[in-house]
Design a protein around this ligand. Structure first.
Ligand SMILES: Cc1cc2nc3c(=O)[nH]c(=O)nc-3n(C[C@H](O)[C@H](O)[C@H](O)COP(=O)(O)OP(=O)(O)OC[C@H]3O[C@@H](n4cnc5c(N)ncnc54)[C@H](O)[C@@H]3O)c2cc1C
Length: 392
């Protein structure tokens, strides 16, 4: 077992680190304060090749492996979770899904536009009444005589939904078929029936674009489906296998940022005539941050190596997502503690880290859903089954 990064990975890590320090860190706090989705910064991220890291070069991507992708997500996640969310949605939920399920024509049409950042994509699975039990889609798709599809319904909490030119929309084609009626459509958003509106009253991730989307007779062409009718749930789960991995990697960065801010502050702040870093109880918090950050990274790399070997990685991905997201929440919480009253103010980034970390144990499958996936794998008992329409 070799824990060392390759020379190429070290180089990409250095590039991503310098890019984050130079381009993301200086604006992350201000963008958050202004609730500003920084499209120009997204363009710079794309120019680095970070939006299509795992997409083969022939489709405009960087052709990197999953472990290197984690390194990029960690660095961007260290600087700004809103921007890391862009990377996760664009690269994992949208690009990797088109790569896996798309026809050659679909790949050639969309992947270069997405990898270059010319187009943004979004992933429309969650609905107002459908979250964890994702197979229970209320959005309906009906095929017309000419083969096109008309889609009606509503999507909720959709990252990049206001800026996306392409939306992966999950819908039920025939409720009597249950999960066998589910399908995923590639919907071009430049049409009147696609109506996104911004969700503004969020606890964190203020620099991210989050939308509620009304779908009113939205049209999708006859050849717009990813896979076939009945593949919709599998398409969604494969997308999340990649998306959860990138969230986990981003959370390693968020935990690391919390740790680095804490070390710097603890060495600078004095109480009782010495730096607070000299107190054992402060060191205990910092030591636990080190251990959790390190452990999270190793779990991410383990999942990455399984993915790079081409083996099924759902279990490893859920373990990494569950642990790394909870670690990011814990570390950012303790970073506030290390900062004392200063940590509770906007003067220091740690309060943003905490607010931004908090969503990661919720989106792309809550911590409880990850526990059930892990529990199912080791016990053989599927606690999620009654929740899907598979059993209905
Ligand atoms: C900022 C943000 C961005 C998002 N981006 C996207 C996006 O781009 N695309 C998208 O499709 N969705 C997105 N989501 C939605 C997100 O994936 C869902 O919020 C998440 O899956 C949980 O669904 P829910 O909110 O409906 O909660 P619910 O499913 O209602 O869950 C509520 C609580 O019940 C628990 N629970 C549910 N079922 C079980 C069970 N079987 N056993 C034990 N506990 C259970 C959950 O763990 C949770 O604690 C985003 C959400 C947020 C907040």
């Amino acid at each position: 077992m070799n824990f060392d990064l390759s020379d190429e990975q070290k180089l990409i890590e250095q590039t991503a680190r310098e890019f984050t320090d130079g381009e993301i860190m200086p604006v992350a706090g201000e963008n958050s304060e202004n609730h500003f989705f920084d499209r120009e910064l997204v363009g710079k991220i794309a120019a680095q090749g970070f939006l299509g890291a795992i997409v083969p070069r022939e489709y405009g991507g960087a052709g990197l492996d999953y472990t290197t992708y984690a390194i990029i997500c960690e660095e961007i996640g260290r600087g700004c979770s809103a921007m890391r969310t862009v990377v996760s949605v664009q690269t994992s939920l949208v690009c990797s899904t088109i790569l896996k399920w798309g026809t050659e024509e679909q790949k050639q049409r969309y992947l270069p536009l997405l990898c270059s950042g010319e187009w943004l994509g979004c992933f429309g699975l969650t609905e107002p009444g459908t979250g964890s039990a994702a197979a229970n889609q209320k959005t309906r798709a009906a095929q017309q005589d000419d083969g096109t599809w008309l889609i009606n319904g509503a999507k909720m909490w959709i990252s990049l939904g206001n800026n996306a030119s392409l939306a992966l929309i999950f819908a039920q084609t025939d409720p009597s078929l249950g999960h066998r009626g589910l399908a995923c459509f590639l919907v071009e958003t430049d049409q009147p029936g696609f109506m996104p509106s911004e969700i503004t009253a969020k606890m964190g991730l203020w620099a991210s674009d989050t939308a509620e989307i009304a779908l009113d007779d939205v049209t999708a062409s006859a050849d717009s489906m990813l896979g076939e009718v009945g593949d919709g749930f599998k398409v969604a789960m494969s997308a999340l296998d990649s998306g959860r991995y990138s969230v986990a990697a981003g959370c390693v960065g968020l935990a690391r940022a919390s740790l680095e801010e804490s070390i710097a502050y603890a060495n600078e702040r004095t109480q009782f005539d010495r730096p607070i870093a000299g107190f054992q109880l402060v060191q205990a918090m910092i030591a636990d941050m080190v251990v959790k950050t390190e452990a999270a990274r190793l779990l991410v790399y383990k999942a990455g190596s399984v993915k790079d070997a081409g083996r099924p990685s759902t279990l490893e991905t859920s373990i990494a997502k569950y642990y790394a997201t909870e670690a990011a929440v814990w570390c950012s919480d303790k970073a506030i503690q290390v900062h004392g009253g200063a940590g509770y103010s906007r003067e220091h980034p740690v309060e943003r880290y905490y607010r931004d970390a908090r969503v990661t144990t919720i989106y792309e499958g809550t911590s409880q859903i990850q526990q059930l996936i892990i529990g199912r794998a080791v016990t053989g008992q599927d606690a999620l089954k009654p929740m899907t329409v598979e059993n209905a």
